[in-house]
Write a protein that binds this ligand. Structure first.
Ligand code: NAD
Length: 294
């Protein structure tokens, strides 16, 4: 079965390569022509439009920046639903607000198209290795149909519940990652200012209770002054904005999420929103006049 794949950016491009490696035939599309060419060089077939993907493929994966782009690609003029075959399955792997996933799912259902929301965690390195954590919402029977295909891109694929549940799990993930980066930066600012070398602190604490995947991934980047994305600050602001929107709709307050979102907005206003999200280190460095470097 030919799989349509739309959105060939930092994540989509290596995910396509892993699907190809697993023996799947891929029809690839992006609004940036160079990204389609790169996917074609890797062995995918190049699509000329979203409609072509909808006409040719019964399984379509989208990996787009946010809800508005997914809505445009699926519901817009010339979008997937205009040309999709009844019985087709859409797996949206973008990180979007759960209520937008539910809205798109309802429109798909009217056309006889099934939809799962299946965002991922792990970032570019795990997209390249094919070891993403994939969290899935939607119809459980459809989840079982596509499980093996998702596992070509991931180390774990977990069914979380009805449509939107995948993105709800992802919002929880994004709150934890953001606050973990902030905690690491705040703590390393303190220890560096006190005169203890950050590489020594890293080596001393990474195996203890404070150690984390975030610490292992981000501290070496900060020490190397390497803020190349990775995961762009702009995308993390988007995810936390979706988390705050979801929290407010549920009638709950997310005070630390609000605070780190504002810190990220400050960095964005300084022109840093295309940097990796560990640029949060710069906020603490400016605040304290202390550079965290190796
Ligand atoms: P990206 O910006 O690198 O890629 C998005 C791609 O979508 C781009 O190639 C863009 O041209 C394409 N696109 C945008 N609008 C389009 C449209 N209308 N039609 C077709 N293509 C369109 O982003 P990314 O880092 O690959 O992230 C994709 C999703 O995965 C986001 O929701 C992000 O939050 C999530 N995510 C990213 C990471 C990461 O580390 N980068 C990790 C986990 C989850």
């Amino acid at each position: 079965m030919k799989i349509g794949f739309i959105g060939l950016g930092i994540m989509g491009s290596p995910m396509v390569k892993n699907l190809l490696k697993a023996g799947h035939e891929i029809l690839a599309y992006d609004i940036v022509a160079a990204r389609i060419e790169a996917a074609a060089t890797a062995g995918a077939e190049a699509a000329i439009s979203v409609s072509e993907v909808a006409r040719q493929c019964k399984l379509i994966i989208t990996m787009l920046p946010n809800g508005p782009e997914v809505e445009e690609v699926v519901l817009g003029t010339g979008g997937l639903l205009e040309a999709a075959q009844a019985g087709a399955v859409l797996v949206d792997m973008s990180s979007i607000a759960p209520d937008i996933a539910q809205k798109i799912h309802a429109a798909c259902a009217e056309k006889g198209v099934a939809m799962l929301d299946a965002p991922v965690s792990g970032g570019e390195p795990k997209a390249i290795d094919g070891t993403l954590s994939i969290m899935v919402g939607g119809c459980e029977a459809v989840f079982h149909q596509v499980y093996d295909i998702l596992m070509a891109m991931g180390a774990s694929t977990v069914y979380c519940g009805g449509i939107g549940a995948g993105n709800t799990a992802k919002l929880a993930n994004q709150i934890i990652v953001a606050l973990n980066i902030a905690a690491v930066c705040e703590a390393f600012t303190l220890s560096t200012r006190a005169g203890v070398a950050p590489d020594k602190v890293f080596a001393a604490i990474r195996g203890g209770l404070a150690g984390s995947t975030v610490m292992n991934a981000k501290v070496p980047m900060i020490l190397d002054d390497n803020f190349n994305p990775g995961f762009k600050l702009a995308l993390h602001i988007k995810d936390l904005t979706n988390a705050l929107h979801t929290g407010h709709a549920l009638g709950i307050s997310l005070p630390f999420t609000a605070q780190i979102t504002e810190i990220m907005h400050l960095l964005s206003a300084q022109g840093l929103d295309q940097k990796d999200h560990c640029i949060i280190a710069k906020y603490y460095e400016d605040l304290t006049g202390t550079e965290i470097r190796g």
